[in-house]
Design a protein around this ligand. Structure first.
Ligand code: ADP
Length: 334
């Protein structure tokens, strides 16, 4: 079963490096910095207030070099005895450090078992790397088989048992191999509207997020189908939230509930799109590349219409444009 990552991925990586220093564990530390820089995550900076002035606290190493300080979490700051901290984005703080004269670099989590110092030269390299590979939010369309996509994660429209089925579920299990079913067995099912994660095994995608869409009730007394609507929206949101926990930056969705579960395609597409755009707008700097996978021309045309409407709003439905504003737009792929 997949281990959930420690949210403090820098401290985690530093700890692994401290316990077993090697090029490999050091690379993991630098990767953790890169990921958090690209996700626009924040660092806690200890400061002192004196005579109405706020100054950065510094430390000196055994070679009399001065380092400013950064903490990866409130827990780390408190453990080191620093109560007054301000927070800044990692990229902004590291860029600022380069400008401070007489400062050799940054000391991360002093007070922890393995404090970690980064010299200015390395800070320069980290900044250059993060600029090269900046993640951006985007939405794209892909017509074809989801199991062929080389993305961080594909989403499976599964059933509550998570033990395999037909449609896209069957295709994903067939392509991933039997290890996927073995891992799914441990998960003990999944409620409708929620999501669970596994490895991707033989798939080109590293992970599979399994979500369970609602069965569309054609005999419902509610003309708005509120329950199905809420549950379907929740599928998209739960997948995106879970992906974020795993620092996943590219995710492909099939048309959840639009096959055996009978959800009308155009209704489901609007829900998929609105929920995704809302999430992207709530996470403007995270950098999530969302691909909607359409298995046939019909689905592709419906998605294309909805996206075109969002880009060229109908005055009678201005909500779409508002939701789409502020987001990097992906291109449609054929
Ligand atoms: P559900 O039970 O949630 O309705 P289905 O698997 O029956 O799930 O259908 C969901 C959608 O997945 C349908 O639009 C179907 O056309 C599509 N689909 C089926 N196989 C694939 C595949 N290999 N890649 C992408 N989409 C697929």
């Amino acid at each position: 079963m997949i281990k959930f990552p420690n949210p403090d991925i820098i401290a985690d990586a530093i700890n692994s490096y401290g316990n077993a220093p090697s090029t490999d564990t050091l690379t993991k530390v630098l990767e953790a910095f890169s990921i958090l820089m690209q996700e626009a995550a924040e660092v806690l900076i200890p400061v002192v207030e004196e005579d109405e002035q706020v100054s950065l606290l510094t430390l000196m190493n055994e070679n009399n070099q001065t380092f400013v300080i950064g903490f990866t979490s409130e827990y780390q700051a408190k453990a080191a005895g620093y109560d007054t901290t301000i927070s800044r984005r990692w990229t902004d703080y590291l860029s600022m450090i380069l400008e401070i004269e007489g400062c050799a670099g940054l000391c991360v989590n002093p007070g922890d078992k393995f404090p970690f110092s980064i010299q200015k030269l390395m800070i320069n390299a980290l900044i250059a790397e993060s600029e090269k590979e900046a993640f951006k939010n985007s939405i794209s369309l892909f017509k074809g088989d989801i199991t062929t996509l080389k993305v961080d994660c594909i989403v499976n429209a599964a059933n509550n048992s998570l033990l395999g089925g037909g449609g896209v579920d069957g295709a994903i299990h067939a392509a991933a191999g039997p290890d996927l079913l073995a891992e799914c067995r441990i998960l003990q099912g999944c409620p409708t509207g929620q999501a669970k994660i596994t490895n991707g095994y033989k798939l080109p995608a590293k992970y599979v997020i399994h979500t369970v869409g609602p069965i569309y009730n054609v005999n419902s007394e509610d003309p708005r189908h509120t329950q199905e609507r809420t549950e379907l929206g929740s599928c998209y949101r739960s997948c995106l939230e879970l992906a974020k926990v795993f620092h996943i930056h590219s995710i492909a969705f099939p048309c959840i509930s639009c096959g055996a579960y009978g959800y009308p395609l155009d209704e489901a597409t609007k829900i998929a799109f609105i929920e995704t755009v809302q999430w992207l707008n709530e996470n403007p700097n995270y950098g999530m590349q969302v691909t909607f996978v359409c298995f046939n021309d019909e689905a592709y045309n419906v998605y294309e219409t909805v996206i075109n409407k969002a880009q060229n709003p109908d005055p009678d439905a201005p909500n779409f444009m508002t939701l789409f504003a502020g987001m990097a737009q992906g291109q449609a792929k054929n």
